[in-house]
Design a binder for this molecule. Sequence first.
Ligand SMILES: [Zn+2]
Length: 401
Amino acid sequence: MTSSDMNSNLNRLRSMALGSSSKQPDPPHQQEPRASPETLNARLKLRRTPNEEHEPEHYEDLQLGFNPSLFRSLERFLPENLLGSTRIEKARAMSDLLLRYSPESERIRVQKHREYRQNILSSYQRLHEELYTLDPASFFVPSFLNAVSNTSEENFKSVIARVAPGIYTFDMFKPEFCQMLIAEVENMEKWFHYSKSSMMRPTTINKFGVVLDDFGLDAMLQKLLDDFISPISQGLFPEVCGTGLDSHHGYAIEYGKYRDTDLGFHVDDSEVTLNVCLGNQFAGGELYFRGVRCDNHVNSEIKENYDYSQVPGQAVLHHGRHRHGARAITAGRLVNLVMWCRSSTFREAKRYQKDSSSWCGGCKLEKHNRQQAAIKATVEVLKRRGAEKAHVELSSKSTAH
Ligand SMILES: [Zn+2]
């Protein structure tokens, strides 16, 4: 389920839980949410209006199966007696509520994924514990830290380079961090191999790669999003994340022998994508970008061309709808950290807005063509009017004679 789906379900869920019993659907026959009498169930009635004075908790570090920002929004609707409960109790209450009213297929998917994650978390032995808590000083190179902490625009621009329209690059991670993360990813792959479990791959086009969120790195990556990537992106991509990015899908991709060799031409399911090269022994694997497009124009003609040679430790930040791919790796191995960053506000707004000309190259071109046609038509009308007026003047002159 995408965050926008989840947020759009919020109103529906809320109206259901508000207790309009005649409209409340029958509880599903199977996959009933786990009974938790101490918190919620049928008796839970949400407030009709949000409690604006209540400051909701953060839920990013919990394995909830739903977008953490949804929990923050929903918490303001919890009844007063539940607001004083522990964070875990509130999370469980809201999670049960969401599951109870989700479509059955979605409920099964969420529960399966929850079990999948719990299985990993209960037996996976972390190799580098220090990766699981964001430590800016030991993760980032000083120039990046300086760019984000120093408010000078000049300083920011000197570190974060705009290499093509909508594509930014900057040095981000220290070599030690990159090596540690590569080793951790290898350790995750090894765990799957020995546990004989089947792994959920990061995307539909990856045959290899690891979802880092499933292994417990989601809290660290969410903090990376909240404290660094979201504030940076708000300034660089105001058209899609002016209000900030609030959820992510974080994974590692691996290119090389016995791994994916390249990555086909595609767009991401994100508003903004952070892609950081971690490997240091490779040749090839260039990224190619071919213009930002909305769903309607994703196959439209290519006018933009930008190719990027990957640099270890360097990040590329681009619009999620920027059509792109990765060329085949010709030697060595390459591991990339990828984070699809999403904005629930943008996704909700997009449902009602048909005009994507602020960011889609195709829509922009159509709008331009429409404007040109309108100008041409106006000029024609004016010309015709001018000719008619001249004709009238001429004929009035000739009748006066
Ligand atoms: Zn478009």
